[in-house]
Design a protein around this ligand. Structure first.
Ligand code: FRU
Length: 490
């Protein structure tokens, strides 16, 4: 992903990773002066979680990143936990002498010692007058604290034009709270959301809230709330992210009927704490999202050496009506397409002929786009990838279970945690006649987008470098009608 191609084992070819050491959540995602900023939870002195800093990188195309020095380091108020960044276009803060500038809103986390040790979390500001190259912490920090909540963190801030206020959504125990401010410095409480709705399998973290058109109709808009849920010992799935849809008037979020059911953003194990970029220009109009491709269940045990943690491929989010319900759709951003070249396209060949063609292209990283007809008699179909005699990752569809799945039980190095191996699946709508799949394979991950982005399954895998086999499989009776495109990275 950086200009230098790295040959380090498991280092992704096109997913963002820190130059060295530990990374978790994406932070401060903001677009300004032609640059996408990506800050991230970072421990620069080791490959396990430690006192948190904000690492920093910038990109002009979301694909190739320039690493910059650490932006924010711990101070006397504590570590720098997750948060967001905005462009203060009209200098509401007064930090920029009337010019636009960048403001980061983050959580200060302090472990207080003493007779009754406890953690204290509060929200603070830092600003940059030079497009994010250097940062000054606001002398009035923190700007929002709580004596009530130990878990009070991960502010995501956006400008709400109708009320002409900044809005902050903040994780607060097992709910979120909404606050508003005219200047990012003084905040007043608006409302709380989350009692009796959604999954409460763990503490709520890293929320986001934004509006999207439904089916591309700008006159028909719905708000989307993302809420990540922390790992808890009894929950085998570990950490994962749910979403709600509804209306927001600048004060209160009112969920719609569909939100009564728990809906996950991803059905794999490795997409957590994802949030969206702020200040994407209106002429672009996209809502672009990236998640931390990992899971707190085993994040500090994954078998990489000099670095640990990667981001998902940046994804465009949309709301589309599918099967009479409005669903959150994810697709890799279009910039990804400039990173790949078509290797071949196959249609109407036998499975054996296609597999012979795959054999001619033993690749470590690639994308497959496939469309299948789910004809009567077919029981299961899909791809076995990164295979050797002892390894395989299976991406497929079980017609009888009406599900798409990734099975990484034998994907390579799996024994670093007992809950790493396994099969992760998502239900398909019944009576589906055609299945569309995009599968992006990097050195240590597989991302599956099924039904044109309706289902995402993101899983880490650690295959051996010489597990390069790839094949199509089909179980059941009758012929298979398909179209397959294979792309290699440029
Ligand atoms: C989520 C999280 C956040 C917190 C950060 C600490 O992964 O636990 O809630 O701010 O990581 O690194």
């Amino acid at each position: 992903m950086s200009a230098v191609r790295n040959t380090e084992k498991y280092r992704p070819r096109f997913h963002f990773t820190p130059p060295a050491n530990w990374m978790n959540d994406p932070n401060g995602l903001v677009y300004f002066n032609g640059e996408y900023h990506l800050f991230y939870q970072h421990y620069p002195h080791g490959t396990k979680w430690g006192p948190m800093h904000w690492g920093h990188a910038v990109s002009r195309d979301l694909m190739t990143w320039e690493h910059l020095p650490v932006a924010l380091a711990p101070d006397e108020k504590g570590m720098i936990f997750s948060g967001s960044a905005v462009v203060d276009w009209h200098d509401t803060t007064g930090f920029f002498g009337g010019q636009p500038g960048l403001v980061a809103i983050f959580t200060h986390h302090e472990d207080q010692q003493g007779a009754a040790p406890r953690q204290k979390q509060s929200q603070s500001l830092a600003y940059s007058r030079d497009s994010g190259r250097t940062w000054v912490k606001f002398e009035g920090n923190p700007v929002l604290g709580s004596d009530e909540f130990a878990d009070f963190r991960d502010p995501k801030v956006f400008w709400h034009p109708d009320t002409r206020m900044w809005v902050m959504i903040l994780a607060c125990g097992r709910t979120v709270r909404l606050y508003r401010s005219p200047n990012l410095k003084e905040w007043s409480f608006c409302s709380e959301f989350g009692h009796g709705i959604g999954s409460h399998d763990g503490v709520w973290e890293c929320p986001d809230l934004f509006e999207l058109p439904v089916d591309g109709d700008r006159g028909k808009r719905t708000w989307v709330m993302l809420v990540s849920i922390a790992n808890e010992p009894g929950i085998p799935e570990g950490s994962r992210t749910q979403y709600f849809t509804g209306q927001f008037d600048g004060n209160t979020f009112v969920p719609d009927e569909a939100s009564r059911q728990v809906r996950w953003i991803d059905y794999g194990r490795d997409n957590y704490a994802g949030v969206s970029w702020s200040d994407i220009p209106e002429e672009d109009g996209r809502r672009i999202y990236v998640g931390w491709m990992n899971n707190w269940k085993y994040a500090d045990a994954t078998p990489t050496e000099s670095w640990r943690g990667a981001m998902t491929i940046p994804r465009e989010l949309a709301l589309e009506t599918r099967n009479r319900e409005v669903a959150l759709i994810q697709r890799p951003v279009k910039e990804w397409e400039a990173q790949r070249a078509l290797l071949f396209e196959a249609e109407g060949k036998s499975v054996g002929e296609l597999n012979a063609q795959f054999k001619e292209h033993p690749l470590e990283t690639y994308e497959i786009e496939a469309e299948f007809e789910l004809a009567e008699g077919i029981e299961a179909l899909g791809f076995k990838l990164r295979t050797s005699a002892s390894e395989e990752t299976v991406v497929g569809c079980s017609v009888k279970d009406q599900a798409v799945f990734v099975d990484r039980t034998r994907s390579g190095a799996v024994d670093f945690h007992e809950l790493f191996p396994g099969r992760h699946q998502a239900s398909l709508q019944p009576d589906l006649k055609r299945l569309h799949l995009r599968i992006i394979v990097d050195q240590a991950s597989v991302e599956v987008f099924a039904n044109d982005g309706q289902i995402a399954i993101t899983d880490l895998i650690y295959p051996s470098p010489d597990s390069l086999g790839l094949s199509l499989f089909c179980e059941g009776e009758g012929g298979l009608s398909y179209r397959v495109k294979m792309y290699k990275p440029i």
